[in-house]
Design a protein around this ligand. Structure first.
Ligand code: GTP
Ligand code: SPV
Ligand code: MN
Length: 595
């Protein structure tokens, strides 16, 4: 593609960054297949990409062992006052952070090409879409952005001379001296990584990592952290939610948006194949929802992304067949194992492990090896359009009207399979107090219980107390047309540590109950934590589950719930005077119901 654009602001910024980072050359990307092919050829030549014999146009990458997930400890919301970033975000003053990062960016692209990637989050030209431009020195990022966003010269046409874009600067932070041999996965050490957001000027600066949410800046950085801040000012919502369409045997459509923390089941629910007869699920998005109130006063959701960056381990024809079918061609795999016949493999993909494979670190692996063959946060990048059950409306700029919100998390105990909120305010309380065991999607300890409000702890670009207030404001705007709110937990375990609920396609059973509740077709039992299915109301037809397990899954132990209260109080105290009174009132009522 030709160099430069008609947009003066963009051209000036590209030049400024080039003067600072000193790349050997600059390439403007057009998002074409030919460009993708050229990038892959380059990475094949460098030995970074491994072609897969079993899957056309698909490649495996192995990252540096230090660069395998998001880095929440190195992620910053940099506002002029720390108060604005709030208690859940890391903060450094923009002057100081920019000074530090400018130091790192100085000459950081030497020996490399800087790619200019114009992309759209949401269909190009749609009134809800946002334009970003990512500058990066990573061809891996270019290929991933091709799949995850809409990269095209058309974006520059829409931008025109005066259009607004969100500048996203990214460097892997590994300049090359003349003659220096490149690493297979160049990146900077952890203490030099920075994932920085300047929401007051809608600006993103990322340094030192080439992986996922750290480097594909349209995703978490733009579509969640920056967008959530824009959304609260402009009266809409940017949420860490899947979007799906469920159709009943009678042909009635329900649109569901669900917020679960990272690696807690969004992709799987979004592509679920219902085990209950006659129900159909179609996928609209698996990670992010942008939602606006439209003329019908309902909340309409779009998926701003164009692909899936999904967790590989655990994905199989048994658990998520629609994902498996999405992965047949044109896929980038990262940190999966390589089989001897030229395919990828990961834990949980097949009942039998291969007798031999190359693990994600490039070492020989057999079932006797002590480490896993694939990294726990190994991922696939695949076009959403390849999903066999992608909804015909997935790119509709009008979005789909949401009927149901679901919150949830990974809780091996305490939290039952499904509960319904008594009211919008109670639902906001459920979202605000959501807790989940940490996963490999972030670098850090796994399995630690933490509060992750609305699954947005790592992704809210402003003060979380104000974010709670925004949820109440949206509820007031929507009034009677607000979605009904539910809370789920697929991950409760037996004392022996086994999952009590089969999950996956059987999660449709809870969705059916929710739809029946929306239609007012079915009653519910009042409990201190919320409304729950009455005995016999959950459709368990054809499911082989013991009544003991069902009882354990639905159990509400008041002692355990009372023990949650001090932790909720501590969590709420973090937000100080910005904690909405309505949440305090909900906590009071919750306490009363617990007795
Ligand atoms: P991010 O992409 O990090 O935001 O994750 P996600 O929320 O999309 O999670 P995903 O659907 O990829 O699931 C993460 C892991 O949880 C995978 O290993 C799944 O196999 C597993 N999982 C998903 N749904 C269920 C379920 O219903 N039951 C059980 N036991 N495991 C599940
Ligand atoms: C998540 O961690 O929620 C993800 C993966 O969706 S990443 O894009 O790396 O953030
Ligand atoms: Mn996610």
């Amino acid at each position: 593609m030709k160099s430069g654009s008609r947009n003066e602001k963009l051209n000036t910024w590209v030049k400024e960054v080039a003067d600072l980072c000193r790349p050997d050359s600059i390439t403007w990307c057009d998002g074409s297949k030919a460009e993708y092919g050229r990038m892959m050829a380059l990475m094949l030549e460098r030995g970074m990409a491994v072609p897969l014999k079993k899957r056309p146009n698909s490649f495996l990458f192995r990252t540096d062992p230090s660069d395998v997930a998001r880095v929440e400890d190195r992620t910053y919301i940099s506002t002029r006052s720390q108060e604005e970033a709030g208690p859940t975000n890391n903060w450094v003053h923009p002057d100081e952070l920019k000074k530090t990062m400018r130091g790192l960016y100085q000459g950081c692209m030497k020996g490399r090409t800087m790619y200019v990637i114009p992309f759209s989050m949401g269909p190009i030209g749609s009134p809800i879409a946002k334009i970003g431009v990512e500058l990066t020195d990573s061809p891996y990022v270019v290929c991933n952005m091709h799949i995850m966003t809409r990269v095209s010269a058309k974006v520059l046409d829409v931008l025109g001379e005066k259009g607004e874009f969100i500048p996203c600067l990214h460097s892997i932070g590994a300049p090359l001296a003349p003659g220096q041999k490149d690493a297979l996965w160049p990146c900077a050490p952890i203490e030099k990584k920075y994932i920085s957001h300047f929401p007051e000027e809608n600006l993103i600066w990322s340094y030192g990592s080439g992986y996922g949410g750290n480097a594909l800046l349209g995703k978490k950085c733009l579509a969640l952290r920056i967008a959530s801040n824009m959304a609260r000012h402009e009266g809409w919502m940017a949420e860490h939610m899947l979007i799906l369409r469920l159709t009943s045997p009678e042909g009635k459509r329900y649109h569901i948006a669900a917020a679960f923390p990272s690696a807690c089941g969004k992709t799987n629910l979004a592509m679920m194949q219902p085990s209950i007869k006659g129900w159909k699920c179609e996928c609209i998005g698996d990670d992010i929802a942008w939602m606006k109130v439209r003329g019908d006063n309902r909340l309409h959701a779009i998926n701003p992304e164009a692909g899936f960056f999904g967790v590989a381990p655990g994905t199989s024809y048994g658990t998520n067949p629609m994902a498996m079918d999405t992965l047949k061609k044109d896929v980038i795999f990262t940190n999966c194992a390589l089989t001897d016949d030229g395919d990828v493999w990961w834990e949980g993909m097949t009942d039998d492990s291969p007798a031999h494979a190359i693990d994600w670190k490039g070492r020989d692996w057999t079932p006797a090896s002590k480490d896993d063959a694939a990294h726990a946060n190994a991922r696939f990048t695949a076009p959403a359009s390849q999903c066999p059950i992608i909804c015909p409306d997935w790119e509709n700029p009008e979005g789909v009207a949401i009927d149901i919100f679901i919150f949830g998390g990974r809780r091996s105990s305490v939290v039952p399979l499904v509960t319904e909120a008594y009211s919008w305010d109670h639902g906001v309380f459920m979202g605000a107090t959501a807790a989940s065991e940490t996963t490999s999607a972030n670098i850090g300890a796994v399995g630690n219980l933490r509060r992750d409000p609305f699954a947005m702890k790592p992704f809210c670009g402003y003060h979380m107390g104000d974010y709670f207030t925004h949820w109440f404001t949206m509820g007031d705007t929507l009034g009677a047309k607000a979605p009904k709110i539910f809370y789920v937990n697929w991950f409760r375990k037996s004392p022996e540590g086994r999952f009590l609920w089969p999950g996956f396609s059987d999660n449709s059973r809870m969705l059916k109950w929710m739809c029946q509740r929306v239609d007012g077709k079915i009653g519910a039992k009042e409990t201190p934590i919320g409304l729950m299915p009455k005995e016999g109301d959950l459709d368990l037809s054809g499911l082989d589950i013991s009544s003991g397990n069902m009882k354990a899954l639905m159990n509400v132990d008041l002692k355990e719930w009372k023990a949650e209260v001090p932790d909720i109080e501590k969590h709420f105290a973090l937000f100080g005077s910005r904690l909405p009174e309505r949440l305090k009132k909900q906590l009071e009522e919750f306490r009363k119901r617990l007795g």
